[in-house]
Write a protein that binds this ligand. Structure first.
Ligand code: JFZ
Length: 422
């Protein structure tokens, strides 16, 4: 990346993650059998010997291709919703672990959306919608695991604790996967769509298969190809190294408890699964998402909130409700999020702080019952305080080591009220 490419990411704070693919149609149910509700629906093919030993055979799995009609998929609608929710970038699964490409690829075209009944290019449609609404374009690409190519990696763990591990391809076969499919598809995504960000996925540094498959040589060739083709594209650390990449990805749904100096992000789910699971009703609240976002931003990080569109491409009502609730908060409080930086101050027990120039924003999670909000010692002296949502001025009682703001008896927003300090 060029020196300034990371700037948009550091200012954007909030992105939309989107998991879609062949598994969105069965949505966690196969032959009437329900996938564990703590499992990821996008893993339906390989999940602990479910629904039969060895998972679902390739031939059975491929019966999902003729079901890919996406008749209700409307990229413009989805990205418009994301923009209204205050999200500044998209990261979409161009190819998940199953190896099926959602764009009209010339590399292994027979395992892509081009051979599905819809004959549409979801990645082209989403990219166009992002450009229309001003969102940056990010691509999830499963570089490590690929269950279509005979050389691609399969899950690194035994199906059950006492089973032998799954048989991995030989190194020569993995090399074929890498040079015939992975590298050319990544190069093609750059030349076809000119993305702003790549989100690669690998994990478990202790699993040997990752170490032997994602060798420094292979990672060097992948990163080298991207750098050579695009000066601005950002790369995340889950590619398999923290060196030579642009930002760190935390473990899923992991929200760090301290500031991290390098740019970073957490990806999180709205319920449990990334891909749509029709029986996953464990929806988290908008309040939780707001606090996750503010927590990360106050510690120098971003938040990528996931949606899993249904098999026909549409969004569930539960998803749309949460996006709109987020948007309503961001409409009036967004300036306390975008472009801010962490504050050099002790973290208050009642919430979090962010800063932009000479303005500090106090995000109050737990409203004081005595009407007095105690500020920690701040890097500048505070003379005015205003409720951001209403413009109501509040009085500040100064002190060198920490001012007190007199606040109304009840919070303005009982999830998070922001007070602007200057
Ligand atoms: C991976 C994928 O397997 C999954 O389907 C989804 O795409 C998710 C975003 O990423 O799953 C992971 C990877 C890493 C961790 C957890 C789930 N981790 O490090 O905690």
């Amino acid at each position: 990346m060029s020196a300034s490419s990371i700037d948009w990411f550091r200012d954007a704070k909030f992105g939309l993650f989107m998991h879609f693919g062949l598994p969105s149609n069965p949505a966690g149910v196969w032959d009437g059998k329900v996938m564990g509700r703590n499992w990821y629906a996008e893993w339906i093919r390989y999940q602990h010997n479910w629904p039969a030993p060895g998972g679902i055979s390739r031939a059975d799995y491929d019966t999902l291709i003729p079901q890919l009609t996406i008749e209700k998929f409307d990229a413009d609608f989805i990205i418009h919703e994301a923009a209204r929710a205050g999200m500044k970038y998209l990261v979409v699964t161009t190819k998940h672990h199953d190896g099926f490409a959602l764009w009209k690829t010339k590399i292994v075209p027979e395992y892509s959306i081009a051979v599905s009944p819809c004959r549409r290019d979801m990645i082209a449609e989403l990219t166009a919608a992002c450009r229309k609404y001003g969102l940056k374009v990010g691509f999830y690409y499963s570089h490590w695991l690929d269950w279509e190519h005979p050389g691609g990696g399969v899950p690194p763990w035994p199906e059950r604790p006492n089973d032998p591990p799954l048989e991995q391809p030989s190194d020569a076969m993995y090399e074929r996967y890498w040079s015939e499919k992975c590298l050319p598809q990544v190069g093609e995504l750059i030349s076809m769509f000119d993305p702003d960000l790549f989100w690669f996925d690998s994990w478990g540094s202790k699993t040997d298969t990752r170490k032997t498959q994602l060798t420094p040589d292979r990672l060097g060739r992948l990163i080298g190809l991207i750098r050579q083709r695009s000066p601005r594209v950002l790369i995340n650390s889950r590619i398999g190294t923290e060196e030579g990449v642009d930002f760190l990805s935390m473990d899923d749904n992991h929200f760090p408890d301290k500031l991290i100096g390098r740019p970073w992000e957490t990806s999180g789910t709205m319920n449990r699964s990334w891909g749509y699971h029709k029986l996953d009703f464990a929806w988290k609240s908008t309040e939780t998402f707001l606090k996750n976002l503010i927590n990360n931003v106050s510690r120098n990080g971003n938040y990528q909130l996931n949606i899993g569109p249904m098999g026909d491409g549409s969004l569930s009502a539960a998803t749309i409700k949460r996006l709109r609730e987020l948007g309503a908060w961001m409409d009036v409080n967004g300036m306390a999020i975008y472009g801010t930086r962490p504050v050099d101050a002790a973290e208050p027990t009642w919430g979090r702080l962010t800063q932009k120039g000479a303005t500090i924003y106090a995000h109050v999670f737990d409203w004081p019952t005595d009407g007095k909000l105690e500020l920690p010692k701040l890097p500048m002296s505070i003379t005015s305080a205003t409720v951001l949502e209403t413009g109501e001025p509040l009085t500040v009682l100064g002190s060198v080591d920490g001012a007190i703001v007199n606040v109304p008896p009840h919070p303005i927003d009982d999830r998070v009220t922001v007070i602007e300090l200057a």
